[in-house]
Every structure is written in C-alpha cells, then in structure tokens.
Design a protein around this ligand. Structure first.
Ligand code: 5GP
Ligand code: MG
Length: 459
C-alpha cells in the first residue's frame, strides 16, 4: 500500500504534489515525502506522519523546481525507519534520480542477492532501492530501453513514479495489480495513484496507465512504451482495492469505487437477505457504501447507528496492539436511541483479524441492539497478500483459522454471512482481470519462495 504522485513542468509542482498527497492520504498514513527538480539539483523533504504534519509552507517553498514526485507510505509493523521513507533519491554519474513506489515485488531476494554479489551496497530495507540499483547499471544506453530492461526484471506488483532530472517516468506492472492514473493540469501531464487526487487539484482525468505500460512525460509531451510480452499477460487488478482500500470517489480499474461497493452490497443482500430487520447500518466509513447497496436492494431502512470521530486516523495502522485497542474505542460511538431493542443488519466491508469487529459488536449490544446480523461484502480472507496489501501473518487472519460459524461465535453475532467468491466476481466489470488470491489462494504471480527470508518491505 502507498500513494504516489508525479507532476511535470508546472510552476507549482511541489504544491500540486502536496495537495494530491492529501487526497491519497488513506493509502498510507505513516510518512510522506516529496522530491523536486529545479533544472540543476534535486530537493527532498520527507517526514513521518500525515501529509498535513509532514510539510509546512516553508518546506513546500524550498521544494524548488517545476517537476516533482510524492509518496505517502503505509509501512508494515515495526519498520517505521526514517531511512525507508520515500521518495528515495540517489545521484548516479552526476544525475539525480528519485523513485516513489506503490506495490510489492515478489522476486526481491533473487535480485537483492544478485546485486550484492556484484558489489551493490544498500542503504535501506526497501525493495524500491533495488530498482534504482538496476537502473544505475543500465544508465549508459537509451533511457527508454533502460526502463524496459530493468522493469522487465521485476516480478510482482508495482505502480512507480520516477523523477530523472526533469523527466517524469510512470510505470505499472504487467498484471496491473495497483492503480495509476494519468491526468492533465494547465496543459501538462501528471500521474497519481487514484483519480480522487486529480479531482482535488482540478486536473482532468485522462486515462489509466495500462498494465505493462511505461510513460515518459515532459510537460505536455508524453511517450508510451509497453513491456515486450505485455499482450500475453493476464491482468490481475487487486480486488481488495475495490472492496476496501481505494477511495470511493476514485475511478480505477475502469470502474467507480462507490458504485462497485454499492453493487457488492446489493449482491450480498441477494445472497443473504435479512428481510425482517428493523434497519441496515454500516460500520463507518469503509462499510457505508455496501450497507447502502444492501438496504436499497431489500428496501429496508438505512440508519446511522454509529458516529465516527473524524479527528483520528485509521485504527489498523497503529503499530502496537495496545494503541489499536484504544483507538478503536475513540473512533466510533453507537447511538442508544437508534439501537435500543432493534434487530439490525450490520454491513462491514471486510474482516481481517476480527478484533475490531468483535469490539464494535460488543459496543452495539451495550447500546441496546437486540439482534445483530452481520454481513460482509467480501469472502473470508484466508491467504496472505504478496502484492502490497498489508494483511497480517496467516496466524492472525481469523478466516484462515476459523470457520464462518466459529467467527460468528468469536465476534458474538446472531448470524454472520460473507459474500461468495462467485458473487464478488459477478459484481466486477471484466471479472477475469482481478486477483482474488486473498480469498482463493490462487496467486497469479509466484509468491516469494523463501518467505522467512522475505526481508525487504512492502511499499
Ligand atoms: P477486524 O474486525 O478484522 O479487526 O477489522 C475489520 C476492519 O478493518 C474493517 O472495518 C475493515 O474496513 C478494516 N480493514 C480491512 N483491511 C484493512 C487494512 O488493510 N487496513 C486498515 N486500516 N483497515 C483495514
Ligand atoms: Mg472499516
């Protein structure tokens, strides 16, 4: 997980990158960074924390130049290392290059070992650094050929934005796991993980970067190159972006996320209706859209039974269990007068560990709910993700260890049902173009062979 942005040849490049990162904040709350280029040198600012905390006005002014890339980072537990904050920047033969990466490579170990054997010295524990080392080795030839060659060596998930002097390079892996959009502002092209970032800064949405496409952007000029064997590749967009991760106001993978989630809710209602419920509600905010779809489908009332405190971040992201528990309680408060004595359907987008869901159900009961029927707008998450979604170790994935009935027992609901895998696909446009490995264990790209030595981090 992570968000990336790139702006080329615009006088307010750093300001635009900064504003765009605001809209991508949900993709990573742990750190943010921007690199800019002013024709002579590259400048960089990166800090732990939210975008709003990571930069002040002075920082933006100091990011001089008309080209910039930005990144917001979602790191895995325990890896909040300052050196690992992106963009990552190096100078090779006098030429500065920076990189911002969303996704997770699956052949890092092979590449890392090969580079170390050949004398590379690594500064960070990011898989993104490997890409920079590979590029440095190819730096003598034509730049487009170098990118095609280097990206051809990578396996797994990546949406990448590079700043090579004043050239912006954008790339998406051949399977298209993670999103990447092309926009235009004041006549110049830009890149962003999701279209909601383009909306915020008033850029037009041009199109998505295609899987296996590499774009070279200088202001209003764009050149597109494809990886050689692209036509033979099967697309594998991350279905979990649609279910949970992307923002509902974004259009990615050829669809609008809000509409997809409403359709998921409607499909769930067809599969597992509770027709005599007093009302349907969601666990805000991520469950809102599926809950709306569920209620509409059954013509049931929709109520807001829980109020969210908007002044804190997402709870999952906190690195320790203690903080996570505390923040779960701060975040949401049920409304007694709505819930008292009621038979309710609670729609949630997903269950990962089950711990927050259990806490929410307990709070709903305390607030007076009489019967709680929980409906989940995706199938049980049983397998880890190697392509950039930060699911915990399978030991902690509740559905990898318990049956649906046992999960219902654990979270103390009167009934629990998950959307079927068939239903999930039925709702997607071009359903064959999605990766559903977290539900089915069908991995479209071979996972890393030696998982215990899986030492580089997800981006
Ligand atoms: P659980 O009951 O498994 O502890 O938590 C489920 C909640 O976590 C759901 O509300 C879901 O929206 C949210 N969730 C699912 N996946 C992720 C994730 O990768 N990151 C964050 N921050 N929340 C997640
Ligand atoms: Mg949620």
């Amino acid at each position: 997980m992570c968000g990336v942005i790139g702006v080329s040849k615009h006088k307010d490049a750093a300001q635009i990158a900064y504003s765009g990162l605001y809209a991508l904040q949900h993709r990573g709350e742990e750190a943010a960074g921007i690199a800019s280029y002013d024709g002579r040198s590259m400048h960089i600012k990166k800090q732990p924390g939210l975008v709003a905390d990571a930069f002040d006005e002075r920082a933006i002014t100091e990011l001089r130049g008309d080209s910039a890339i930005g990144h917001c980072r979602y790191s895995t537990t325990g890896s909040s290392n300052q050196k690992n904050i992106q963009p990552f920047i190096v100078t090779h033969k006098g030429k500065p290059i920076s990189i911002a990466h969303n996704g997770n490579l699956t052949n890092t170990e092979t590449l890392y070992n090969r580079l170390e054997e050949a004398g590379s010295i690594f500064q960070t524990t990011m898989d993104s650094e490997i890409i920079i080392h590979l590029l440095a080795r190819e730096s003598n030839g034509n730049i487009e050929d170098s990118f095609v060659k280097v990206l051809g060596e990578l396996e797994g998930a990546y949406s990448l934005v590079f700043l090579v002097e004043d050239l912006i390079v954008g790339a998406r892996d051949p399977q298209g796991f993670r999103p990447l959009c092309l926009g235009k502002i004041d006549g110049t092209y830009m890149l962003a993980s999701e279209s909601c970032a383009l909306d915020l800064i008033g850029a037009s949405f041009e199109r998505e970067i295609e899987p296996g496409e590499i774009v070279f952007i200088r202001g209003s000029e764009i050149k597109s190159v494809f990886m050689p064997d692209q036509a033979a590749q099967k697309k594998s967009h991350c279905i979990f972006e649609n279910i949970y991760f992307a923002r509902p106001d974004s259009d990615i993978f050829g669809d609008n996320i809000y509409q997809v989630r409403k359709r998921l809710g409607a499909q769930l209602a067809q599969e597992f209706p509770v027709t005599d419920a007093d009302f349907v509600m969601s666990i805000p905010d991520s469950g809102n859209y599926a809950a709306l779809g569920y209620a509409n489908e059954l013509s049931l009332p929709y109520e807001v039974g829980i109020i969210r405190n908007h002044y804190i971040g997402r709870t999952f992201i906190q690195p320790t269990q203690l903080l996570r528990d505390l923040r779960v309680k701060i975040k949401l408060n049920p409304i007694h007068s709505v819930l008292e004595g009621k038979k309710i359907v609670v729609v949630e987008d997903s269950i990962v560990r089950g711990t927050t869901s259990r806490g929410r159900v307990e709070a709903l009961r305390k607030a007076g709910a009489k019967e709680i029927h929980m409906r989940i707008s995706c199938p049980p998450i049983k397998s880890p993700c190697f392509y950039g979604i930060d699911f915990p170790d399978p030991k902690e994935l509740i559905a990898a260890n318990k049956s649906v009935d046992e999960i219902a027992e654990f979270i103390q609901v009167d009934s629990l049902k998950y959307l079927s895998v068939e239903g999930l696909h039925k709702v997607m446009k071009e359903s064959g173009d999605f990766c559903d490995a977290c539900f089915t264990g069908n991995y479209p790209v071979t996972p890393p062979t030696n998982k215990s030595k899986y030492l580089l981090e997800q981006q």
